[in-house]
Design a protein around this ligand. Structure first.
Ligand SMILES: [Zn+2]
Length: 77
């Protein structure tokens, strides 16, 4: 479960207050973390042992999606 308030505080500290595509301030924080899974170079399939966890922001106006690196945001160890 993502701490939406912690994400909003982080966004505010970084000066991010609106959608980069349309300018709307309606940015919705995902409840769950998402995973960007690395593709195994040998098999060409997903390697579920390696990857990046991300918080998803979705613009309530234009549906633009943004992924933020959870560890860099301090949301995981
Ligand atoms: Zn937008």
């Amino acid at each position: 479960m993502v701490n939406a308030q912690a994400v909003r505080t982080w966004l505010q500290q970084k000066g991010i207050d609106r959608c980069g595509a349309c300018g709307s301030e309606d940015l919705q924080v995902s409840r769950d973390l998402y995973a960007l899974v690395t593709i195994d170079r040998t098999t060409g399939g997903p390697d579920h042992r390696r990857g990046t966890r991300a918080v998803r922001l979705r613009c309530g106006n234009c549906a633009h999606l943004v992924l933020l690196h959870a560890r860099q945001m301090g949301l995981e160890e």
